[in-house]
Design a protein around this ligand. Structure first.
Ligand SMILES: C[S@@+](CC[C@H](N)C(=O)[O-])C[C@H]1O[C@@H](n2cnc3c(N)ncnc32)[C@H](O)[C@@H]1O
Length: 261
């Protein structure tokens, strides 16, 4: 029997996010943001793991644009994996990307089996950052690179606005602050740790997104699941912008290297 959790990223949410962020993308910024996460990294002929691949738009880039020889792309939800497989096979890339549905928990890969571990805005769903960092360290080759983006929270107790946003968003988030991420990476043994805050960038972009949602994209959002759905999602975006403005929601790029023995 499958232990698959309820699909948080169901057809309606996938359609909404792809409408705002582009085909195959379930997080903001598109290829330009992926460029920044991977700035200066050479992925040519590398074996890459993508944690929380969603609909796989980024995995297509990892092979097509960055030249990775093999991408193992994992996610806990089957609907997004199906969509990712559809998109990859339509582009003829099915044999270079293995999309796998996994159970949440420890990563079932061999020690030192990847050159690069990538993730975009998915670790937010994994509450135990220490266990995750330890696992990523274990499966990387010596000298291997962890390059990711994630949604962090500011330090201290969440404000009323933050609790309102999290409740409206309704996704299973296990957020942590920058100190927690840095310490998890240090504890795991990583070096050259760098965190780059993207709050200012996304604060601007999210305002443009909500303007598009209320304007040119509105009819498409209604088409996905009716006007109540469209209005609710606009409300979620407004609540998100409030916590971006307060500095409590902090999209951040993460970089770390496993030392050579
Ligand atoms: C915001 S989406 C980002 C997807 C993709 N990285 C992108 O940027 O388009 C987060 C993804 O993380 C997945 N996810 C949640 N918990 C996970 C876990 N424990 N392991 C792997 N993926 C997970 C979700 O199912 C979802 O597809």
């Amino acid at each position: 029997m499958s232990n698959e959790p309820e699909q948080e990223y169901d057809d309606a949410l996938i359609a909404l996010l792809e409408t705002i962020w582009g085909e195959g993308f379930l997080s903001p910024g598109g290829p330009e943001e992926v460029d920044l996460v991977l700035r200066g990294c050479d992925l040519r002929d590398k074996r890459v793991l993508d944690i929380g691949c969603g609909c796989g738009g980024i995995d297509l880039l990892l092979v097509e644009k960055y030249g990775a020889s093999e991408v193992i792309a994992i996610d806990i939800e089957s609907r997004v994996i199906e969509r990712a497989r559809e998109l990859a096979s339509a582009r003829g890339l099915g044999d270079r990307i293995a999309f796998q549905r996994i159970e949440p928990g420890p990563l079932a890969f061999d020690d030192a089996s990847f050159d690069v571990v990538f993730s975009k805005d998915a670790i937010i769903h994994i509450p135990d950052k220490v266990a995750l960092a330890g696992d990523v360290f274990r499966i990387l080759q010596p000298g291997g690179l962890f390059a990711a983006s994630d949604w962090l929270r500011g330090p201290g107790e969440p404000s009323e606005e933050m609790n309102t946003y999290l409740e409206l968003e309704g996704l299973d988030f296990g957020m942590a602050d920058a100190k927690t991420y840095r310490s998890a990476l240090e504890q795991a043994g990583f070096v050259d740790i760098a965190l780059t805050d993207r709050n200012a960038w996304y604060r601007g972009v999210a305002k443009e997104e909500v303007a598009r949602m209320s304007g040119p994209l509105y009819d498409r959002l209604v088409e996905i699941q009716g006007s109540e759905f469209a209005d609710h999602e606009i409300h979620v975006w407004e609540a998100m912008i409030a916590v971006l403005e307060k500095g409590e929601l902090r999209p951040t790029h993460l970089r770390a290297r496993k030392p050579v023995d």
